[in-house]
Design a protein around this ligand. Structure first.
Ligand code: ADP
Length: 408
């Protein structure tokens, strides 16, 4: 039995989930929020029912990690630091360096730092988390799990933009995608539910949260995905525009008298999507509540559903068929209405809904009926579990290598 912790470090937050492996039992999870700001917040849930909350200043990521480990001791969740034998870090941009999860060494840290130009807010924050844990738990295996690496199997036809080839060759401009850990996780669960080998399946996984992306998973590999060079492209999201015509940027900069690109990119990232269309909220719950009386809320829902339907149609055509669709993340897991609206528009594919099962929440379920030509599933995502599993796989591998060297 070993304890593995999955870490998601943001610019001012640090989320964690502590697992007992290989049982995959969650023993604690929590959030350190507002790091570096006036008043920080700490929330920990443990032993299934217990919780701990405190407001206090958290100076930086290193202090957050120290506080976290000390709290785990204080709350009797662990008896000593050394019980944690592995740390898995979510890293946003892995570029073309990282095609799978890796054990973190100095070279890996340098590469994550170099890749900060592709994710200027996230990679440096991820690196802060990595350094802080390395310092306090130097003996634990540290693993980086990249949002982008699952998509590294996409063929050139699907990852290149139709722009001068040198942009890719010289500067790495291409589709990298995101939410890779989530797409990888739910695709595996889907194959298990369908009782078929993942390698034989054509799946479309729809990660519909505040950020949203769709992935064509062909024979177990990412074949195409809706997010691009950055997470701004693809389907309409909570506040991000999704696909647009970039030529409108200079036009709108003139109209809005903006002087710098970051200003308009900010609007496309933070003021667009469901919020931009509806004018009321980026949250699908508010949109669903207000749509009966608010035309623009209805329009936001319609556009969101249309985008999902459009990508499913395109990816089915690209893969030459479809066996299963997965809905996951905040909207995908909780909005029976969005799932129903999408499935109804896919009736032409022979998709039929199981109305009762579509109302259920919390657990993975088929939401299509038995006679549906394509299986449709709701699967709660679990990126942290996927991270912990990767840590364990790499820990087992390095133990194997170690014992081979010492035996030979
Ligand atoms: P992220 O991880 O990208 O921040 P989540 O996957 O947690 O986002 O999804 C958050 C979104 O899920 C919310 O903004 C909201 O739009 C949507 N959501 C959550 N619960 C429901 C619900 N019951 N009905 C509709 N949408 C919901």
């Amino acid at each position: 039995m070993q304890k593995i912790i999955a870490i998601n470090a943001g610019s001012s937050s640090l989320k964690f989930k502590l697992f007992e492996m290989p049982e995959e039992k969650v023993i604690a999870k929590g959030l350190f929020d507002r790091i570096g700001l006036d008043e920080g917040k700490i929330k920990i849930k443990y032993n299934k029912t217990k919780s701990f909350e405190k407001a206090e200043h958290i100076e930086n990521h290193a202090t957050a990690v120290k506080k976290l480990l000390d709290l785990l001791l204080e709350l009797d969740i662990i008896k000593e630091y050394a019980e944690i034998t592995g740390v898995g870090h979510r890293v946003v941009a892995g570029g073309e360096f990282f095609k799978k999860s890796v054990v973190i060494n100095t070279k890996v840290m340098r590469q994550i730092n170099e890749l900060a130009e592709y994710a200027p807010i996230h990679n440096p924050a991820n690196l802060m988390g990595i350094k802080a844990f390395k310092k306090i738990l130097p003996k634990a295996i540290a693993v980086a799990v990249f949002d982008t690496s699952f998509h590294q199997t996409m063929p050139k036809t699907n990852f290149l933009f139709s722009v001068p080839y040198e942009w890719y060759h010289n500067y790495g401009v291409r589709r990298y995608g995101a939410h890779g850990t989530s797409h990888r996780y739910v695709a595996r669960v889907a194959a298990r539910m369908m009782e078929r080998p993942l390698k034989e399946l054509k799946l479309i996984t729809c990660h519909l949260g505040a950020g949203a992306s769709i992935c064509a998973v062909k024979n177990g590999k990412s074949f195409d995905t809706s997010m691009g060079f950055t997470p701004l492209t693809g389907i309409t999201m909570g506040t991000r525009s999704g696909d647009t015509d970039v030529a409108m940027i200079s036009f709108m900069m003139q109209k809005l008298k903006m002087h710098s690109m970051p200003e308009i990119i900010y609007d496309l990232n933070k003021k667009s999507g469901l919020l931009g269309i509806s004018g009321i909220s980026s949250d699908m719950r508010d949109i669903e509540e207000k749509k009966a009386t608010n035309e623009r809320a209805q329009l936001a829902e319609d556009i969101f559903v249309k985008d999902v339907v459009k990508y499913i149609g395109a990816y089915t055509a690209e893969m030459g068929g479809l066996d299963g669709i997965v809905f996951t993340a905040g909207i995908g897991e909780n909005s029976a209405r969005v799932r129903e609206l999408v499935m109804k528009r896919l009736a032409y594919m022979g998709i039929t809904i199981d109305q009762e099962k579509n109302k259920l929440r919390g657990q993975a379920e088929f939401v299509s009926s038995l006679d549906s030509k394509v299986a449709v599933m709701m699967i709660p995502t679990d990126e942290e579990l996927m991270i912990a599993r990767d840590v364990q796989t790499l820990a087992d591998k390095s133990k194997e290598v170690y014992s081979k060297i010492h035996a030979g």
